[in-house]
Design a protein around this ligand. Structure first.
Ligand code: SAM
Length: 292
């Protein structure tokens, strides 16, 4: 089987199987070998590694991964792609293809079965419509992961990397940076895919922190504060938190906590660092404990 990472071989396979692209599954197949090389290099995949690939499509990246990793588990939702993967991956005895929805997959079970519970790597040209649930699901489930190297929409990559004061900074930046260290690997233009997506793309690597960069008494409260602060971006932090049904504190308590951190009363959420959000969560959590 010829390698797929070029237009000619990809079109030949699509025609042979009369494959009809499904927009609802975010199907844009990679046809650029340079981009595939960059993904493999950035993910630092070695013969020791077990890699989870989300959405293998016709198996383009899967072939590259199988060449470099010990084992690849590829989870694909579209049943029409399974016979194609049977052909394109026939030469590899280190690939397991599963026809299922990644959002309903027991990933910890896969880690236990295929990597004896040790940390895996995740690689994917993601279906863009479910980027955030996939990534947050991977982080929040606490499945052991070394790094996640993924193609995402360019704007999403920028949001993941952004810091306070930038227009791209928001709940996604803080959530991703709480769990991982982001590194932008490459920008990828639409002509590297069939069919061409309507948006620019980027490869980003998220290296999982061993320990979160901030310690907090109440992680759930920290994430609630972050969500509430950016839900009403133009409001002051105090008003944003006060208007949120998720935040069980009075206006006075919120105001006192903000003051205690030495922040101006009119500060907006978008000015706070992760450390400051964690300090605010701790302040409010202490207040709650003292009242119980
Ligand atoms: N990896 C291939 C490549 O780079 O050419 C295909 C990438 S394409 C952007 C996204 C793939 O994810 C498609 O094959 C699509 O069918 C699959 N997909 C979409 N939603 C999925 C889900 N919920 N679970 C698993 N796979 C999914």
């Amino acid at each position: 089987m010829a390698t797929l990472g070029n237009p000619g071989n990809t079109i030949a396979i699509i025609q042979k199987y009369q494959f009809a692209f499904q927009k609802k599954f975010g199907q844009n197949f990679l046809i650029d070998p340079h981009v595939l090389d960059k993904i493999i290099q950035a993910a630092e995949i070695t013969r020791e590694d077990c890699v989870l690939e989300i959405g293998p499509g016709i198996g383009t990246m899967t072939q590259y991964l199988a060449e470099h990793a010990r084992h690849v588990v590829a989870v694909e939702i579209d049943a029409n792609l399974i016979p194609i993967l049977g052909e394109t991956l026939a030469e590899y005895d280190n690939v397991t293809v599963l026809n299922q929805d990644i959002l309903k997959t027991d990933i910890q079970g896969l880690v236990d079965t295929y990597n004896a519970g040790k940390p895996i790597k995740v690689a994917a040209n993601l279906p863009y419509y479910i980027t955030t649930p996939i990534i947050m699901g991977l982080f929040e489930s606490r499945v052991p992961i070394d790094n996640i190297t993924i193609m995402v929409q360019k704007e999403v990559a920028e949001r993941m990397q952004a810091g306070p004061g930038s227009k791209d900074y928001g709940a996604l930046s803080l959530a991703v940076q709480y769990y991982a260290e982001p590194y932008l690997v490459a920008n990828v233009p639409p002509n590297c895919f069939i069919p061409r997506p309507g948006v620019g793309s980027a490869v980003i690597r998220l290296t999982r922190h061993k320990e979160p960069p901030v310690k907090t008494r109440d992680e759930k409260l920290l994430f609630r504060l972050i969500r509430a602060s950016f839900n009403q971006r133009r409001k002051t932090l105090q008003n944003g938190l006060n208007n949120s049904p998720e935040i069980p504190f009075t206006k006075e308590q919120i105001s006192a906590a903000i003051q205690k951190l030495g922040l101006p009363a009119a500060v907006r959420g978008e000015a706070l660092t992760l450390e400051q959000f964690a300090a605010l969560a701790d302040e409010l959590s202490r207040l709650k404990d003292s009242q119980e």
